[in-house]
Structure formats: C-alpha cells, structure tokens
Design a protein around this ligand. Structure first.
Ligand code: NAD
Length: 354
C-alpha cells in the first residue's frame, strides 16, 4: 500500500478529515491545506464520484487552490475544501447536511465552509443551524456576502480590462472582442459588465437557450459550445469548466488573452508553457476569480468578529485584483517566467512555503 502522503496531489496538507455518519449515510472529506494566514476557508462540493480516489483528489487539489486564492487576495484566511460523496442518484437529505454541519463544528473554526457545486444557499442555511463556521448566507442589502457569483464576475471584468491594457495597449473596451464560454452566474455577469463598456461579445453554453437569451440581452452573438474556443477574438474567457486548457484546447485558441473565472483552467501545470509559447497572455484563474471569496470572507469576519460588513469594502478589495495581475505580468516581463509559475511562487511565499 502506498502511503497517503506520497499521493501526487498531496501537498503537505496540514490535516485531512474523513467524515462518516452511519445514521444519515454521510460520507465526506474535509481537507485543510493551510491555516498559515487564518482559518482554512473554501466551499463544500456535493458530487457523485465514480471512485473515492477521485473525491480525495478533488479535495486535495481544491483545498490547495483555496490557499493560493485566499493568500493572493490578501485575505486573513487559509485554504480548505470539503467534498460530500453523493450516491449515483445524488440523494441529499437534511440529516446528511446536519451531520456535515456537526462535523464542521467539531473542527472548532479551523475550517469555514460555503457553497460550491451541488450545494445551494438553502443547504448552507441548514448547515448553519449546526455550526457558525459557515459563510455565503443571505445578508441584508448593502452588506458584504450573499451569492458570490456577481462579485466573482466583477473581479473578472476588472481583470479583463487590465489584461487588455497590458497586452493590447488599449485603455477602453469599446470594440474589444471577448468570447465567453459558459453563461451562468459568473459568465452572464461578466458579459453584462463588458457590454456596458462597448465590448463585442460572442457567447456559448451547452444550454443553448441560455446562451441565446444572454446574446440577445447584451447585443452579442451565440455560437455552438464546441465552437467557442476556436472563435477568433481578443480575449477568450472560460467561465464554465476547469481543465479546458490542454494540448487540444490551446491549439484551437485564436486569441491574445485568456482571462476567465473557471477554476483549475490549466489541465496540467505544463500547459501554462504551451499557452506562453503561443504568445497568449494568461490571467491566473485563482487570482482573477477571487471576487466571490473576498465577499464570503468579509461576510464571515463581519458575523463572527464584528468587523465592518460594508459591501463597499468588498468592492474596494475586488478593484485591487488588476494590481495583483499587473504585478504578476510585470514580474514575467522582467524575468521571462510564466504567469502561472510566478503566481504560484507568490502564493507559496505568502503561505510560508518558500
Ligand atoms: P453556473 O453553474 O452558474 O454556470 C456554468 C455554466 O457553464 C452553465 O450555464 C453550464 O451550462 C455551462 N457549461 C457547462 N459546461 C459547458 C461547456 N462545456 N461549454 C459551455 N458551457 C458549459 O456556475 P458559475 O457559478 O457561473 O461558475 C462558473 C465557473 O466559475 C466554475 O468553474 C466555477 O468553479 C468558477 N467559479 C465560480 C465562482 C462563483 O462565485 N460562482 C467563484 C470562483 C470560481
């Protein structure tokens, strides 16, 4: 048997909890990658995995990603992630969520959870009945928190503007052509913000009705989901799935910039090199998509530590995302390094691992 800590995705995670509750049938993994900067924060994913190993891989990779994202966003929190292993039918019961809430509570605040794929705000409200270490809950208008999607979109919008200025030398988005993959909470929000500044938009979604209706709303064009990555454009913005930047995907790109919200866009680290070799500027995903976690974090600090709840503080911090991207690209220009490598090094230094 191989030791757990020789698994390729194990990255000196501080602690990994296996949760099992026989009465409710809950099986979960809570991975805490780093608490160097504060309690480990990251959402809970509810997903059916073909094999438990895949669930472990997700928990390990996503929790490390949260450490990097939270550190690069300048937040006083570490990185963690939970996955609940769903059965094939995706059976989710109140008893399971209650058991999960109790498990999170048992960690005494070392892990703070929120929504992720498969977990709704209503689910989180249920979890919150059993632990205070939860964020992403409904808030009063004008307060930090609530649905993170619009905040994520806002950060990506600012990041695209910064990338266009850096790569194309253009301070205005007027006429800049952006191809958006995914028209959900994040992609739709990005498209609306870009449209207001005169960008030309091409959008795609596997839900073609959704893509068409967004295209109509923003005065853009909808194309088939399998055509979006080869659309000739200035910016390709992935806002659907991760791992889309592999050999085949990168070869299809016809753009100068990749800047979008999907997590884990590079299928493997070496794909950052392929992108750079093609002269395409990359906005590291966990830097540009931090708007949501900024809101989630400030909501948590407001509720548990009485810190200011003002939504303007969230906006102020999101507006700093372009500066972080710019500092990465400047370092790349100076050293010849790649944005994904520079970002990883900066994040590792911030969490005390360099
Ligand atoms: P969402 O479910 O609201 O939207 C995703 C959209 O992508 C859906 O409309 C779906 O039909 C579409 N889609 C799926 N596969 C596709 C494909 N192959 N081609 C085209 N479209 C496809 O999700 P979201 O909240 O908008 O998140 C989008 C991405 O951003 C995810 O990768 C998520 O992990 C990441 N992200 C989201 C947030 C947030 O605050 N919501 C924060 C950080 C990162």
């Amino acid at each position: 048997m191989t030791a757990f800590w020789t698994e390729p995705d194990y990255d000196d995670h501080e602690i990994v909890h296996f949760v099992r509750d026989r009465d409710s049938g809950l099986t979960a993994i809570i991975a805490i990658h780093s608490t160097h900067l504060g309690p480990a924060a990251g959402g809970t994913r509810f997903w059916h995995y073909a094999e438990p190993k895949a669930a472990m891989r997700d928990a390990l990779r996503l929790s490390r990603g949260m450490s990097y994202k939270n550190a690069m966003a300048g937040l006083p929190i570490g990185g963690g992630k939970a996955v609940i292993l769903a059965d094939e039918d995706g059976t989710k019961t109140e008893a399971m969520l209650a058991a999960f809430g109790k498990a999170v509570d048992g960690l005494g605040g070392r892990y703070v959870t929120a929504e992720d794929v498969g977990i709704s705000p209503a689910d989180m409200e249920l979890v919150a009945q059993y632990t205070q270490h939860v964020s992403g809950l409904p808030v009063e208008e004008g307060d930090a928190g609530g649905d993170p999607g619009p905040f994520t979109a806002m950060g990506i919008f600012h990041g695209i503007k910064a990338a266009v200025a850096h790569k194309l030398g253009r301070d205005e988005l007027d006429g800049v052509h952006v191809a958006l993959q995914g028209t959900g909470s994040v992609g739709g929000g990005v498209a609306r913000l870009l449209a207001k500044e005169g960008a030309r938009l091409t959008v795609a979604d596997i839900d073609t009705g959704r893509a068409k209706s967004l295209a109509k709303e923003v005065g853009g064009e909808a194309v088939a989901a399998d055509a979006i990555m080869s659309t000739q454009c200035d910016v390709f913005s992935p806002n659907a799935l991760g791992a889309i930047l592999d050999e085949e995907g990168i070869a299809r790109l016809d753009c100068s910039i990749v800047a979008g919200g999907a997590n884990n866009q590079l299928a493997r680290p070496e794909h950052g090199k392929l992108l750079a070799d093609r002269g395409i500027l990359y906005a590291p995903d966990y830097v540009i998509n931090a708007g949501g976690i900024i809101s989630v974090c400030l909501e948590y600090l407001c509720r548990t530590q009485g810190q200011p709840c003002d939504i303007n503080e969230v906006r102020k911090r999101i507006a700093q995302i372009p500066d972080r991207l710019q500092s990465i690209w400047t370092k790349c220009d100076e050293t010849g390094e790649r944005p994904d490598v520079v970002a990883d090094e900066m994040a590792q230094e911030l969490i005390g691992r360099k």
